[in-house]
Design a protein around this ligand. Structure first.
Ligand SMILES: [Fe+2]
Length: 236
């Protein structure tokens, strides 16, 4: 396959590939992603960090057929174990070093979840997972360097299941974006009449994939969350 010259080229090629039909050729997409050599100056406008959690930053909504996003990992940050809502998940390391750890779906007996394998995702490397392959969690093992990964989800989804590694119990987690198209999403003000269920759902967000809603709802309902401050770390 022809090499992709720039991040914009990569976005354009993805649009062509995913608009051409409803069948996802996993090898083709992995080759496409692998053919791009990360250049931070091309994507850094999308890479917005928070000091307390990793962030999800929308890059392309793909005509509603798929989402491309950058996940920005501060030092030592990690996701919870999660599934992918029957979607394809492609992942490419654009900066730093990430580790992907895989797990099987818990059995009915539940219990401690045992890691069944892991892989280092070094700069420019690509990984793929779907629910048939199992669950995973992603972590930035470095305590001195941030990491940035590009993710493609096809079809898009805004909630998944997260799993407690000590028990195997699962919960639904709703996910939102920290920024869209390079712009930080403003805080949302909620009516006091919001149903309590919304708060319960917001409290179960994937670590680092926290909903903005939790900030305001925690004030209204005295729910404890991590301190939330807008800290933007510029990628150089
Ligand atoms: Fe994932």
């Amino acid at each position: 396959m022809e090499l992709v010259g720039s991040f914009q080229d990569l976005l354009g090629e993805c649009r062509k590939v995913f608009d051409s039909g409803n069948v996802v050729d996993v090898d083709q997409v992995m080759s496409l992603l692998a053919s791009y050599t990360s250049k931070p100056e091309e994507w850094k406008k999308f890479a917005k960090f928070d000091r307390h959690k990793y962030t999800r930053n929308l890059v392309d909504e793909g005509n509603g057929k798929y989402n491309i996003m950058l996940l920005c990992w501060g030092e030592g940050m990690a996701s919870t174990i999660h599934d992918h809502s029957n979607a394809h998940c492609f992942m490419k390391n654009l900066r730093g070093h990430l580790i992907e750890r895989r797990y099987d779906f818990p059995t009915e007996e539940l219990g401690v979840m045992i890691e069944k394998g892991n892989q280092d995702l070094k700069l420019n490397q690509v990984a793929y997972i779907n629910d048939e392959l199992g669950l995973h969690r992603v972590e930035n093992p470095s305590h001195t360097n941030v990491a940035v990964s590009l993710h493609i989800y096809i079809p898009p989804f805004d909630q998944c299941h997260i799993f407690d590694p000590r028990t195997g119990k699962q919960n639904v987690s709703k996910m939102t974006f920290w920024s869209r198209y390079g712009k930080r999403i403003p805080f949302q003000i909620h009516e006091k009449t919001s149903p309590p269920a919304a708060t319960a759902a917001a409290a179960w967000t994937v670590q680092g994939e926290t909903e903005e809603n939790t900030k305001n709802e925690s004030l209204d309902n005295n729910v404890q969350h991590h301190p939330q401050q807008q800290a933007v770390v510029q990628v150089k």
